[in-house]
Ligand binder design. Structure first.
Ligand code: TXA
Ligand code: MG
Length: 328
C-alpha cells in the first residue's frame, strides 16, 4: 500500500470516503496526530489495533465535532461535566463516562465506559464534521514508540500501512490530552496533560489524581504499558544531578558514542559545549517540544540523556509522566 500525504484542507473528501468505507486515516489534532477509524464499525476499529500493534485491552478515545451531541454516546451523570465541557471543550481534555454502546465494544476493549474528546484543531474539526460519526483514534505511532506531532512523524511510523495521512501542520499542544474519569462525584485524572488538575479544580472545586499501584485493577489501561520510547538509548536524571548527567555524557563520548543532553533552556549553561536538545523555558514550550526533540534525538544520538525540571505542578505533571516513560 502506498501512503498518500495530503493537506488537511485538500484531503477531507478523500479521507471521508476512506473512513466511511471502513478504512483508517492519519489525522492532525492539537495534541498529537491520531490514527482514525469509524468508531461504529468493528472491522475498521480492528485495523487500528493491527496496524499499531496495540494490545487489544487498551481502549480508544472517540473524537467528535463541536456540535455533535455527546449525550448520544454516553450517559452524563454529573452536572459538573457540563461545566467542564463549557470551559475546556473543544480542547485537550478527554472525558470518560458510561458508554451507550454506539461506539463498538472493540474500540473500548469490551468495557462499559467510553472516553470522548472534542479536538480544537480546525482541520480535525472539519474532518469530524464531514464524517459526522465518532472517530476513534489512538496516537498515530507504532505501539510504544514516541507519539507523532507532525505528518512526517506519522509517515515515518506508518508509511505503507495506511492509505492516507492528512497534514495539518505541527501540533500546537505536543503531549496527549488529559484523560479525566467523570463517572464519580469528584473528577479523577487518569492521564495528566495540558488541562491541569489546577484548571479542573478551578471549575469543579475538586479534582483527584488516580494512583496506579501494583496489583490494582487498572482504570486507564494505557498507563500500564511502556510508552513513548525513542529508538535510541536513554537516561533520565533529576535536576539536582547535572554532574552525573555530565559524567555519563563524557563516558559515552569516550566510548565513541554520540550522546545528546535533553533539558530546559535554563540548564543549557550547565552543559556548555555539549550536544543539546533544548526544550524551551515554560511548561507549555516544553510540552510543545518534548516529542519533537525525542524524535529528532533518536535520529542523531546513540543516547539521549534527559534532565528533569525540578517541578511536578500544572502541566509539568503530564510532562514528567511522559519523560519518565520515554527516558526513565
Ligand atoms: O490527545 C490525545 O488524547 C490523542 C489524540 C490523537 O486525540 N489520543 C491518544 O490516544 O493519546 P491513545 O490511544 O494513545 O491514548 C488513550 C488513553 C490510553 O491511556 C487509554 O488507556 C485511555 O486513554 N482510555 C481510553 N479509553 C478509556 C476508558 N474508557 N477508560 C479509561 N481510560 C481510557
Ligand atoms: Mg498513545
Amino acid at each position: 500500500m502506498t501512503t498518500e500525504v495530503l493537506s488537511v484542507d485538500g484531503g477531507i473528501e478523500k479521507a471521508k470516503k476512506i473512513l466511511l468505507l471502513g478504512g483508517i486515516v492519519g489525522m492532525p489534532t492539537e495534541t498529537v496526530y491520531g490514527l482514525a477509524a469509524d468508531g461504529t464499525n468493528p472491522d475498521a476499529v480492528k485495523k487500528i489495533f493491527e496496524v499499531k500493534g496495540r494490545p487489544i485491552d487498551n481502549p480508544l478515545i472517540a473524537h467528535i465535532h463541536k456540535d455533535f451531541d455527546i449525550n448520544t454516546l454516553v450517559y452524563v451523570k454529573n452536572d459538573y461535566v457540563y461545566k467542564l465541557i463549557d470551559a475546556f471543550m473543544p480542547g485537550p481534555l478527554t472525558l470518560v463516562m458510561e458508554s451507550k454502546g454506539v461506539v463498538c465494544k472493540e474500540a473500548v476493549a469490551g468495557g462499559d465506559t467510553l472516553a470522548v474528546r472534542m479536538p480544537s484543531h480546525a482541520g480535525c474539526q472539519a474532518l469530524l464534521r464531514a464524517v459526522n460519526r465518532p472517530l476513534v483514534a489512538p496516537s498515530a505511532n507504532l505501539s510504544k514508540h514516541t507519539s507523532p506531532v507532525s505528518a512526517e512523524h506519522v509517515f515515518h511510523d506508518l508509511n505503507g500501512k495506511i492509505p492516507l495521512i492528512l497534514d495539518g501542520g505541527r501540533c500546537s499542544g505536543g503531549i496527549e490530552s488529559t484523560v479525566l474519569d467523570v463517572t464519580g462525584s469528584v473528577p479523577r485524572i487518569l492521564r495528566a496533560g495540558l488541562i491541569t488538575k489546577e484548571m479542573v479544580e478551578s471549575i469543579v472545586g475538586a479534582c483527584e489524581i488516580a494512583q496506579h499501584k501494583e496489583g490494582d485493577k487498572v482504570k486507564s489501561p494505557g498507563v500500564k504499558y511502556r510508552h513513548y520510547r525513542p529508538k535510541c538509548d536513554t537516561a533520565l536524571f533529576d535536576i539536582t544531578e547535572t554532574d552525573k548527567a555530565n559524567a555519563l555524557y563524557d563516558r559515552e563520548l569516550a566510548n565513541g558514542r554520540t550522546p545528546y543532553i535533553m533539558c530546559s533552556d535554563e540548564l543549557a549553561e550547565k552543559f556548555a559545549g555539549k550536544n543539546l536538545l533544548l526544550l524551551g523555558r515554560s511548561g507549555e514550550e516544553i510540552a510543545f517540544n518534548l516529542y519533537d526533540k525525542l524524535l529528532e534525538g533518536e535520529k542523531k544520538a546513540d543516547i539521549i540523556i534527559a534532565v528533569s525540571f525540578g517541578r511536578c505542578d500544572g502541566v509539568y505533571l503530564g510532562i514528567m509522566n511522559r519523560l519518565s516513560k520515554s527516558c526513565g
